[in-house]
Structures are given as C-alpha cells and as structure tokens.
Write a protein that binds this ligand. Sequence first.
Ligand code: SF4
Length: 285
Amino acid sequence: MEWSRAEVKSILTRTSGYLKSVTSHSLQPYRGCPLGSSLCGVGCYVQHNRWLTRGRRWGSFLEARTNAAEAYLRQVAGERRWGRASRGSFGVFLSSSTEPFPPQERRLGITRRVLAAMLDEPPDVLVLQTHSPAVVAHLELVRRLAARCRLRVHLSIETDRERLPGLPPHASPVARRLAAAAALKAAGIATVVTVAPLLPIADPDAFFSRIAEVAGAVVIDHFIGGDGSRDGRRTRATPLVAAIAAVEPAAVELEYRQRMVEVARRYLPGRVGVSIDGFAGRYLS
Ligand code: SF4
C-alpha cells in the first residue's frame, strides 16, 4: 500500500451528477481507498476515475488529507450560503469516493477531526456513508452531531453472504456490520443499511427481517442504474458481474432488485428506498 499525506486547499466539493439530488456537497477526507482490495473494491465505480487513480491499481494507494478539518472550517460559511441558495440546503455526503473510516483513521483521526469541526459549524444535512463498523468508535461524536443537524449513517451491507466465490472477502464480516448498525440505532442515530450494489442474497427473508431490527430504513441499489453508467457498463467491465452470475444468474438483471424490494417492504414498510431516491432519504410509501 502506497500512502502519503497531503494538504488540500479545499475539501467541500459541490456535487454533480446523481449525487446532486442527495446533498449539495461531498467531502473526501482521503483520496484512494484501502478497502479497494476487498470485495466492495471489485466493482467500486471510483476505480474508473482516471484523474483520481492516475493509473494506480484501485486499493493500492491512500492519500490522507491531513488538514481536512481546517479546510472545512475555511470553506463552510461560503459553501453553506451557496448550498442553501442553489440547492435548498447545505448537505454533506461523507464520503462518495473513499471510506471515511479506513484502518488508518484510527491513527490519523482525519475524519474524526472533520466531525468535531462540524460540531462547531454543522451542515444542515450530513450523510455518513461507510462500509466499516469502525464508525461505532465515534458513536458519542456522531450522537452529538445528530443533535445539531439532520444526520443519517448509511452502512453498506450488500449481501448476507460472507464470500462470493472467486472474489476477495469483505473488508469486515456481515455480522459485524449488522452489529454496528444495531449499536447506532440503539444510540438513537438515524441508521440506514445500504444494500448497494445489491449482490445475491442467500435468504432474503432472514436478511431483511434482520435489517429491520438493526436499522430504521434500507436502500437497495443495483449496479444497473446504480453505477453511473449506461446499463451498468462500468461494473460489467469488472469481475463482479461474472461472480454474481455464478452464484445467482438472475441477480445480474435489474428485475432482481424489484424482487428484493418486495421482500424488504414486508419487513420495513414505508422504509425502503430504491437507488438514488433511497440515498436521498426518499422511501417508497
Ligand atoms: S469502501 Fe467504498 S470507496 Fe472504498 S472500495 Fe469500497 S465501495 Fe469503493
């Protein structure tokens, strides 16, 4: 793993594309992602961003933005004004192209300092999007922040399967992420499990009934329509699709998403979001 530190001039990026309807801004405390070598990295759409990877293998590098909190405090007043005027609110998606709680965060504390800065200067909306149960190490900070803004923690759990044959393992076990969601929910934090991208589910009834216990809502997204390319072309260029098809051929079709949505609605009525609407907090009635 090649890793480096960098000081950035700005950390709040005005959203474009599909994220535009979710929050006004995104914030990446790191560039690159060490979880890129695990299962979620196989189909991760960020690896196709050549400007970001500069030819390096996804998962092989991490740049820590050491002054992220200071950069946030420098930008916040102006970007809050812009967000409210242009998008109706100042919302931050943390993070859309990296993991905010990689293992290195324990030592570096970059995301933790950003969250602490937000206590003084909160956004209107904060979506904490993570694949890592390490978010619970910051429970108290997140709880205090939730009292200052509309905060949701989105925890990614793409399947109930611990392995997809032929692919690397998850960065953290499914059971640990479910337990992390339960801890967040028990602390009164709005907790959403994001099943994105949807992978083959061994026991859909058991999976969604468990999610209903540990989270307030679920978002289901398929690589078709969810990876930012036409017909899931970006994901089809990765080994993920063949691995999905080997386990459950039907799961590579968009219709599989609808089947899983119907199961989820039985356990979480009014609390199931589909694709980008779900990420924006809009759920099916
Ligand atoms: S944690 Fe997120 S950004 Fe990192 S590899 Fe997985 S999907 Fe991509």
